[in-house]
Design a protein around this ligand. Structure first.
Ligand SMILES: *Cc1c(COP(=O)(O)O)cnc(C)c1O
Length: 474
């Protein structure tokens, strides 16, 4: 018999493996049929690999230890939820790929209550008749922003689509060339415009758009002047944008709606915390926009949602659009959003309790202290197998907010010999829980601005396992 056939014969049977004491711990949590499927697929993969290998590369004996390790890994992976916690050490606060904003602790109780019990989601308790799920947030949003009316949908992309579809389908929307943004690859203003049925009228140039550019574009077919916050980029140098009040004045003169897509949706004046000034929702409404649209999970720091605030008649038109039904937020979103908005009733409470705001406003001196403490902890626990140094770093806001803001931060520069930076980065990313680090100039950095106090212990444990794994895996 040739070597390949011999090796294939040495592979154990599925049943044998499922009963094997070595795998008992990883098999136990899985339903029998699922575990059997995983083992079968893993064996099939190993068979494939053996068949594909050059005869000279085939081992004499099947490596039992490697076989069990692979089975352990695939069985463990099958038991793990797909969507799960990671440690964000990137320093990017509103990291879209890592779930954007974390919810405040105050949201959790509301989420649990809304999940485990029936609620008055669409029930008017005073009158005993059907109510609207929108009623739970509208009062708060009006109180916080001075808006006449509010509508909450699934996300801001949906809010933009809904506004264009309701107010400008078959009509023209005038927008500056400098504001035709793409956000996160799949949201592009010109494409949303097409889907909504509105007709895009670009005016001005990439860097400069004047009021007369807007005015010249207005025809009997125009329905809306749209301003879009250039969330994730800035045009620097010789630039000109028309301030909202001037656009509002022009809109009034021609009887056109003026809508601003603010993107981030900041309710606080961030310049009070040493950050770049973002136009707040309140200011935008005050400047006279008919509608203001923004995300719930960017600078607001709440759950994913699209918030639509503005004039009563305009919001009422949006509500009456059947498309609104397809974009409705679920009860968990509403519960978390209400809890988040309530925190804003007291600014100091919002900044202290909403993780996005807390991370944004933490002084660098705090981060320095925390970085030193964490570095000491890691050195104590791991000795000289891990080299840790505290270095200055630049964190970012992320989520297409304040793209130029570099938040002074501190990072741990990690070196775990003999691993190269990209190897260490990969080991951290594939650990449990995964640690998402940044690599700069071939150095692995863990930025303190996005690390949570709860992450410190888990991070130390992950590093310990990485260090242990070096001996056994190489
Ligand atoms: C982020 C963003 C959107 C999309 O918002 P989502 O809540 O992610 O759907 C739309 N417009 C602007 C200007 C944005 O910054």
């Amino acid at each position: 018999m040739d070597r390949l056939s011999q090796l294939l014969r040495q592979l154990p049977q599925v049943d044998e493996l499922l009963r094997h004491p070595r795998l008992a711990e990883v098999v136990a949590p899985l339903p029998r049929s699922l575990a059997a499927g995983v083992v079968r697929r893993t064996l099939a993969e190993i068979r494939q690999r053996l068949k594909a290998a050059a005869p000279a590369d085939l081992p004499d004996q099947l490596d039992d230890e490697a076989l069990f390790r692979e089975l352990e890994q695939t069985l463990e992976a099958a038991a793990r939820p797909s969507l799960r916690r990671v440690i964000n050490a990137t320093g990017v606060i509103i990291h879209t790929n890592l779930g954007r904003s974390l919810l405040a602790m105050e949201c959790i109780e509301r989420l649990i209550e809304a999940a485990l019990f029936y609620t008055n989601l669409e029930y008017d308790l005073a009158r005993g008749v059907r109510g609207s799920r929108q009623d739970h947030l509208e009062g708060l949003l009006r109180e916080l922003t001075g808006a006449e009316a509010a509508l909450v949908v699934n996300n801001n992309a949906g809010a933009v689509l809904l506004a264009l579809h309701t107010l400008a389908r078959g009509k023209e929307v005038v927008i500056s060339r400098g504001q035709l943004v793409e956000i996160g690859g799949s949201f592009r203003m010109p494409e949303i415009m097409v889907v909504s049925g509105a007709i895009l009228k670009e005016v001005g140039t990439t860097n400069k758009t004047h009021l007369h550019d807007y005015e010249k574009a207005i025809t009997s077919e125009t329905a809306m002047l749209l301003k879009v916050h250039p969330s994730n980029f800035r045009i620097l140098g010789f630039t000109k944008e028309v301030p909202l009040p001037e656009l509002v004045e022009l809109g009034r003169r021609y009887g056109l709606l003026v809508v601003e897509d603010l993107g981030s949706g900041c309710l606080l004046d961030l310049s009070r915390y040493g950050l770049e000034k973002e136009p707040t929702v309140q200011e935008t409404l005050k400047a006279g926009a008919d509608l203001v649209l923004f995300s719930g999970d960017k600078l607001l720091g709440g759950p994913q949602a699209g918030l639509i605030l503005g004039r009563r008649e305009v919001v009422a038109r949006l509500r009456a659009n059947p498309l609104t039904r397809t974009l409705r937020p679920d009860k968990l979103t509403l519960a978390a959003m209400e809890a988040t908005l309530r925190l804003y009733l007291e600014e100091s409470q919002a900044v202290a309790a909403i993780p996005t705001l807390r991370m944004l406003t933490r002084p660098a001196a705090d981060l320095e202290r925390e970085a030193q403490a964490l570095a000491r902890k890691l050195r104590r626990r791991l000795g000289d197998r891990v080299q840790v140094k505290v270095v200055p770093s630049q964190a970012q806001v992320g989520g297409g907010s304040l793209p130029l803001a570099h938040l002074p931060s501190r990072a741990l520069a990690l070196n775990v010999p003999p691993l190269a930076a990209h190897q260490l980065e990969a080991r951290l990313r594939q650990a449990q829980p995964p640690v998402i680090a940044r690599v700069e100039h071939d150095i692995v950095l863990l930025d303190l601005r996005t690390l949570l106090p709860e992450d410190h212990g888990a991070l130390a444990a992950v590093l310990e396992r990485v260090v242990k794994g070096i001996g056994s895996r190489e």
